[in-house]
Design a protein around this ligand. Structure first.
Ligand code: ABU
Length: 487
């Protein structure tokens, strides 16, 4: 014990090398359009290549450095300008610096004493996001993903109506009813299961042909559920649905909620960032009337996974009262500083990642205007692609996009000119998966596809990365055309 049990000098030397690898393989190559997006391997081949077994003895530095290179080389390059697979993509250098800082600090923003800088940054970032929602006060916390933020909303709504549920659980509550649209995120069902409310008590409200909740249907569903003896509690409206990118009419839904005294939560995990753009914020008109909001800057703002803000209009301490337990080893009331900065008890988590720092860093780097420009660039890129899809033979839109979700089929020559019979749709449904397999094996790009309701598989193209150029978008369509030509 006379000497440290770690070779600090060797550790630093190792890190220096790792930083070079990170910069070369993880940043430069990852964002270089001439590189592949992915280097597909079958799982067994990958297992063998990675030599995954954990042995009794450790390995030398050179071998470990090679392992770092392999991790980066064999992983999917989500920062690549031709990665369109998810609602997140791209690599922002300033946000990445924030992530490095967070990782290096290795602390939890539950108390000011162990994370003074991070707690204050989180406070600032949450206040700015609330301001964009239209609230001059309120509360909030970062959660590990939009699903968890939505679940926090459900829990807080139940606590607000039935504060005794915190101690007594669900046993003497009426049968609660939750409402969300047919297009809402699956986390509402998961949350109902997790919180003991029950998935049968989530009522999926009908949507129109654009995937927007129909407020009159919400009203009817509330009336129906009430007549059956359930107690309506919570409505989740969605601003930016996962597949179609639809925005529910928040003002009309807020009217229904106000009439029935229901908690209105807006899942703006995807679409929340439109609030930054004067040109697009109308999509969320009425959001200020909600009680809570989920907003994931890790999606459209390219902050890096993950960064999900749960925002609350209430400023009476609801979040603290709902989740706080006051562990005396963390949240001592007799500390020498302002203990309201020990915000960790507002969260059901104990250890928590400091997800605000990277957003703060990005915001400082580009400013609110820069963030808005990014959102608008993504929108403009989607409009460009939309025009190309309309112009090109063999491409068929699922619907005119309202936001960034460009959904379309590619019809190969062998299916063109055929009647839209069940056989036609059956064959068309196999096209997107076949093209996707080819593009992944080639490593040229990645884009998502899915069936949706009665619609067979179609591509969902999402552009969030400002590094994407017109050439990348032309390439994207050319590639689909080439890979799908012979199907
Ligand atoms: N919230 C789920 C989003 C998944 C996706 O990237 O499509």
């Amino acid at each position: 014990l006379d000497d440290p049990g770690l070779d600090i000098a060797a550790g630093e030397e190792f890190l220096q090398e790792v930083f070079q690898i990170l910069l070369e393989e993880g940043v430069r190559k990852s964002t270089d359009v001439t590189q592949k997006v992915c280097d597909w391997k079958e799982p067994q081949e990958l297992r063998e290549l990675l030599d995954l077994e954990l042995r009794n003895e450790g390995e030398g530095q050179e071998r470990l450095l090679q392992r770092c290179r392999d991790v980066l080389r064999l992983s999917v390059r989500t920062g690549h300008p031709r990665f369109f697979n998810q609602l997140f993509s791209g690599l922002d250098h300033h946000a990445l610096a924030g992530r490095f800082l967070t990782e290096t600090l290795n602390t939890s923003p539950y108390t000011y004493e162990v994370a003074p800088v991070l707690v204050l940054m989180e406070e600032q970032v949450l206040a700015k996001l609330r301001e964009l929602v239209g609230w001059s006060s309120g509360d909030g916390i970062f959660a590990p993903g939009g699903s968890m933020s939505n679940m926090l909303a459900m829990n807080v709504a139940r606590f607000q109506r039935f504060p005794e549920s915190r101690s007594k659980g669900n046993w003497d509550l009426p049968r609660l009813a939750l409402f969300a649209s047919q297009e809402s995120h699956y986390s509402i069902l998961k949350g109902a299961a997790l919180l003991g409310i029950g998935t049968d008590n989530v009522h999926l409200v009908r949507t129109d042909e654009r995937g927007k909740m129909i407020p009159e249907e919400l009203e009817k569903e509330i009336q129906r559920v009430k007549a059956e003896g359930s107690e309506p509690l919570f409505v989740c409206a969605t601003s930016g649905t996962t597949v179609l990118g639809s925005f529910d009419p928040l003002d009309a839904i807020a009217d229904v909620c106000a009439r029935h005294g229901l908690w209105l939560h807006v899942d703006a995990a995807w679409g929340g960032s439109a609030l930054l753009s004067p040109q697009l914020r109308h999509l969320l008109a009425g959001i200020h009337r909600s009680d809570s909001v989920t907003w994931n800057p890790h999606k459209l703002l390219m902050v890096g996974l993950q960064c999900s803000a749960f925002l609350l209009r209430d400023s009476s301490g609801l979040l603290q009262h709902c989740h706080g337990v006051g562990a005396t080893y963390l949240f001592q009331r007799d500390k020498f500083y302002d203990v309201s900065l020990d915000t960790g008890d507002k969260s059901p988590q104990c250890g928590r990642r400091a997800d605000g720092l990277k957003l703060w860093m990005l915001w400082k780097a580009v400013g609110t205007r820069g963030l808005a420009r990014r959102v608008e660039r993504a929108f403009a890129a989607t409009r460009y692609l939309l025009e190309q899809v309309k112009r090109r033979e063999g491409f068929q839109l699922v619907m005119e996009p309202e936001f960034l979700n460009l959904c379309f089929w590619f019809i190969p020559p062998s299916l063109r000119g055929q009647d839209s019979s069940p056989e036609f749709w059956d064959k068309l449904g196999k096209v997107a998966p076949a093209i996707k397999e080819k593009m992944i094996r080639r490593g040229s790009m990645m884009v998502g596809y899915q069936p949706h309701g009665s619609r067979v598989n179609f591509f969902r193209q999402i552009i969030t990365n400002p590094a994407v150029t017109r050439q990348d978008l032309d390439f994207f369509l050319d590639e689909i055309q080439e890979l799908g030509w012979d199907l």
